[in-house]
Unconditional design. Structure first.
Length: 769
DNA sequence: TACATACAC
DNA sequence: AATGGTGTATGTA
């Protein structure tokens, strides 16, 4: 392995090919690594990789030192802690879910091969000279794989055909497979265009009670065993959409008279030329292809096989799937029989344990090349080794990472598919031929900011923290960030911040040039632009002791003064606000009931507003909590100063150019939420100060007061306060009930369920009616 | 809050 | 000649 060159450089372990990916088994790794090495050595990229490798080796060394310093007592302690954790984890192991991970085989490459049969028997990859997205299985035999630059791939495989990516096409195919996913789990969780997690638990219950007819699907007859051969004259529409309904409705089918055991045999014996079926597709008018009928069982295996077959019938592409009690295992399983296969781990502790025993840690999602090497230095390469070395791991890693490792050895993972949370950041970055001229660097920065602002506007988002990312021509990456005083998605404000961050970097390399190969800008701390004023008003309205001076200080040009609202008539104030919100306005006119109003206010953005508000509130509260009894007054003064300062900073941040202040005015809504938070914070603080003796925090949402509230309790309480149920209750009960304490936990099951996260719009056809 | 690192796709 | 872009999580200071 330690092949040395004349230059004294050697292969970099983290750069070497790994046989981790499917289709990479049994190839000449030695030779491949040598070619990669020869093609890379001496480049700036390679030098940077070497530097990173050295850093990693240093880290390993430090880790070794730490470990050798552990006394046996400490090791024993680590063992004890590990075993206790393991017991706890085992106690809450949940094997009741059936999670499936579906992954299209060599997706982009497969799409290109499908659409250009000339590629079918050739090694090919999707991407360009600098980077490949994916390769087909023929190319993988040569070591050509995703994330490899095209020019190196060509050295490995001179006959490699490179195909430019066509994302529009991949997105369209993705839409098709997602329609199928949705029929098995409407809440499926897509991870990318080509893969998704599904929770089949519910589906399987329905499935067991379903009639055989629901589980019969059409398969095109294959001449070839590997892939569907498409005849130019034949219809390539979704057979199970255009023809299946007619077939299933056939009088002659009479499957009820056939026993389940003999049904498949019976289906095979049917001759559809005798039946009254259309000869041509109603959609494309082409001839319908010959087909067979396949009956799928009620088991998971058959459910997943059915799904995969339907994907293939629809897209002419194959998928692989993994079935297991949690996402971590399902993901590993989907890789096991790739391509075009599936694998199941049954919900059985023994079986899971057996499976994990010989599983390389690198197969686990979340363990990459660095962690693999780090663990390798502790003689850990299999998942069972994580258990063997648990005493060491306890000391060598953070508590979170340690827990993660212990979960892995036990074969545990997430048993529910996370809800699509609001995005946390949005960014754009570009690699380019070296730029070192400051004017050109600023120009590039401006371009990126324009791009980012456009994206933010399209997503109806505003953010507070602007980050600049730069990569020098020697591949060193730096990020610099600045948090603004107000949320924005204004191009000029973003550029002003990014520009200053860039200036510092340009200035920091005195007497020489900042030579870059990449620049990027990112916006984080995001809030929805169509600010949900119901929630914000509820904050003002309900927050007690909100002084009118405090309200007016920061609202700028917002057209409604919060103090104008009649405290008693909460629903009225909401309506007024809504009528002033262009987004909500349109729904106001068509609104017939409280329900529709409610649904509107529960837009997907709602959640993040809540969490955004809560974060801001909590941040403040935690700050005020830190003020002890004695310095409560000082705290108040400091807070005033801080607000003043913020105003100054805001000017600095936002008034970068002559046109900006004007822009800001038209954008005043954006300031509102921020100003709102400050006011609320101030109000909360005032009440806190007025109480003099203790940190007296009143919930800014419901106004309920608590003495010395522990933060997590307040946090929890605010979750409830900000929840839709509560808001609905306020809407309904506002007039007759004035007691603040009424806003509490409720379990009104009659309420409509929370709309699920916004998923790709999918027409779910009536499967299992 | 700022920054770096690791990771997935 | 040539090694991506987007987003999340986590550790550290």
């Amino acid at each position: 392995m330690s092949k040395l060159t004349a230059q004294g450089s050697s292969l970099i372990s983290t750069m070497a090919i790994n046989d981790n990916k499917a289709g990479m088994e049994g190839l000449n790794k030695e030779k491949i690594n040598q070619i990669i090495f020869e093609a890379s050595k001496g480049s700036k990229f390679f030098e940077n990789e070497q530097k990173k490798e050295e850093q990693l080796n240093q880290k390993i060394l430090e880790q070794q030192i730490l470990i050798s310093s552990l006394s046996s007592a400490m090791l024993f302690h680590g063992l004890k802690e590990a075993d206790e954790l393991i017991e706890k984890l085992k106690a809450c192991q949940d094997l009741s879910h059936t999670i499936v991970h579906v992954d299209m085989d060599a997706f982009y490459a497969a799409v290109e091969m499908r659409d250009d049969p000339r590629l079918k028997d050739k090694p090919m990859a999707v991407g360009g000279m600098s980077m490949l997205s994916t390769s087909n299985y023929i190319a993988r035999k040569y070591g050509v794989r995703a994330a490899m630059p095209g020019f190196i791939a060509l050295k490995l495989c001179p006959n490699l055909v490179l195909v430019e990516p066509n994302f529009t096409k991949y997105t369209a195919v993705s839409q098709e497979i997602r329609e199928i996913f949705a029929q098995y789990d409407p809440n499926f969780s897509p991870m990318s265009l080509d893969e998704a997690y599904l929770d089949l638990t519910e589906h399987l219950i329905y499935r067991r009670g379903s009639s055989n007819l629901c589980r019969i699907f059409l398969l095109r007859l294959k001449t070839d065993n590997s892939s569907i051969v498409v005849n130019d004259l034949e219809c390539t529409c979704n057979l199970n959409a255009v023809l299946r309904p007619s077939v299933i409705n056939l009088e002659e089918l009479k499957i009820n008279s056939v026993s389940s055991e003999n049904l498949q045999e019976y289906l095979n014996s049917l001759d559809f030329s005798n039946f009254n079926l259309p000869k041509d597709c109603q959609v494309c008018n082409k001839k319908l292809p010959p087909f067979s009928l396949k009956l799928y069982d009620t088991t998971v295996e058959d459910a997943v096989l059915e799904m995969r077959n339907r994907i293939e019938q629809r897209t002419f592409l194959t998928a692989s799937a993994g079935i297991a009690p949690n996402t971590m295992l399902a993901k590993v399983c989907s890789d096991r029989n790739k391509p075009n296969g599936q694998f199941q781990i049954h919900p059985d502790v023994q079986e899971i344990e057996e499976f994990m025993k010989n599983l390389p840690i690198r197969k686990i999602s979340g363990i990459g090349k660095v962690t693999e090497k780090l663990l390798g230095s502790l003689n850990i390469s299999l998942c069972s080794d994580l258990y063997k070395q648990r005493a060491l791991l306890y000391h060598a890693f953070s508590s979170l990472t340690f827990q993660y490792f212990m979960k892995i050895t036990l074969g545990m993972g997430s048993t529910s598919l996370e809800k699509d949370e609001e995005r946390k950041s949005l960014s754009t970055e570009r690699t380019f031929a070296e730029i070192s001229d400051p004017a050109q660097l600023y120009e590039k920065c401006a371009e990126l900011c324009q791009h980012l602002a456009k994206d933010l506007n399209e997503e109806q988002l505003m953010g507070k923290t602007v980050s600049l990312k730069i990569k020098t021509i020697s591949f060193e990456i730096k990020t610099r960030s600045h948090t603004l005083q107000c949320y924005t998605n204004d191009e000029k404000i973003i550029f002003n911040a990014a520009k200053q961050l860039l200036k510092v970097e340009i200035d920091s390399v005195k007497q020489s040039l900042l030579r870059l190969r990449l620049m990027g800008v990112r916006m984080s701390k995001l809030v929805p632009q169509a600010s949900n004023q119901v929630s914000i008003v509820s904050l003002f309205h309900q927050s007690n002791r909100l002084t009118s001076t405090a309200s007016r200080t920061n609202t700028h040009n917002f057209n409604i003064q919060k103090t104008d609202f009649d405290e008693k008539d909460f629903s009225t104030s909401i309506n007024i606000l809504e009528a002033n919100d262009p987004v909500l306005e349109s729904t106001m006119t068509t609104r017939h009931s409280q329900k529709s109003l409610f649904q509107k206010t529960q837009s997907p953005q709602k959640k993040s507003i809540e969490s955004g508000m809560k974060n801001s509130i909590m941040k403040f509260v935690s700050k005020s909590e830190r003020c002890s009894d004695k310095i409560a007054n000082n705290c108040y003064v400091e807070s005033n100063i801080k607000v003043e300062n913020n105003n100054n900073l805001r000017n600095l941040d936002c008034e970068n150019s002559s046109s900006t202040s004007l822009k800001l005015q038209s954008n005043s809504k954006s300031n509102f939420s921020n100003a709102a938070m400050q006011n609320v914070s101030q109000a909360t603080l005032i009440s806190s100060v007025e109480s003099k003796q203790k940190t007296f925090i009143s919930c800014p949402v419901c106004g309920q007061q608590k003495f010395d509230w522990p933060l997590d309790q307040l946090n929890q309480h605010m979750d409830l306060c900000l929840s839709r149920k509560t808001i609905k209750t306020i809407l309904q009960d506002d007039k007759n009930s004035n007691k603040r304490g009424a806003v509490q936990v409720e379990n009104d099951d009659s309420l409509p369920s929370v709309p699920k996260r916004k998923k790709t719009q999918i027409a779910v056809d009536s499967y299992f009616k």
